[in-house]
Write a protein that binds this ligand. Sequence first.
Ligand code: NAD
Ligand code: ZN
Length: 347
Amino acid sequence: MSQTMRALVKREAGTGIWMEQVPLPKPSTNEVLIKVEKTAICGTDVHIYQWDEWAQRTIEPGLVIGHEFVGRIMQLGDGVTGYMEGERVSAEGHIVCGHCRNCRAGHPHTCPNTVGIGVNRHGAFAEYIVVPSSNLWPIPDEIASELAAFFDPFGNAAHSALQFDLVGEDVLITGAGPIGIIAAGICRHIGARHVVITDINDYRLNLAKNMGASRTINVHNESIAEVVDELQIDGFDIGLEMSGNSTAFNDLLHHMYHGGKVALLGLLPDGTGCDWDQVIFKGLELHGIYGRRMYETWYKMTQMVLTGSPLHKAMTHHIPIDDFEQGFELMINGQCGKVVCDWTGTI
Ligand code: NAD
Ligand code: ZN
């Protein structure tokens, strides 16, 4: 095996991402080496590409980016048990410390010492990646690699949607980005009544409709209030904030029914305010969502795909890795759902 590999590297402190030859990583104790088959582009990768304020304060130039991937185990480091060479796996992108109170209580998704793959250590936009074996998630043969490649954001959607019991409930999702679109599919799959989703992008609203949203709203042309009237409801029982937009967040609070429950996934701008009367007088329950549950969300995701949740409808582009620039452009313009890049040369 060659001692170098191709990888997308954040070389310069500025806009862009560069395909370079970098050293092949070696698995340490309790780690595995994975030959990557597919890597999907996340909004986080786009922030790193665009070198926004968050990226400037978070990313060390020289980093191999990417954390949404699937591949096959090539080599087991010392001490790894329970996995075999050749096994097809994805992996949780948050590496937790294992010794803090939350990790030891069995709530590692709330570990304060998380290290992010492709953010704080080398990532999956590469021919090979090394991850701790404890982060692996084996993929059943029935699930296509291009879908397994984006189990990580599927996990954000699933963790949000499964936070509350939404069987028979009316759900409002603000933001039809890739995660909002996938969440619409999950809500439909697990038995919500109305699944209403908002955005300002018709392309993405159409994807959400195709995934199972019962009503889409382009907030530039139509208000949530009009749709509440049309559906003859008093408000929504469950809200999933997935836009990261403060106007959308406030709109969502205003259209929650009394006693409603809200999952907050979108990263709201600093200083975002809200009408606290909406929260207090309606007795709303707000829940911050970070990442996914390890590994119960992964289990539920796998079973939802195996029972027909239409995850494939969220993937709009499957491109060779050499076309990565085109993939980032699609993501920046928002004319896409999930964009998956292939390293195997088979598409
Ligand atoms: P995205 O940025 O692609 O999606 C956001 C969508 O919101 C876009 O389609 C945008 O057009 C839409 N939008 C903008 N203004 C709106 C408005 N006023 N009303 C309705 N929609 C509006 O992002 P994504 O990858 O789907 O992720 C969704 C959000 O979740 C982002 O804010 C992202 O940063 C955040 N996120 C959080 C976590 C976490 O662990 N908490 C993990 C991943 C992503
Ligand atoms: Zn911890």
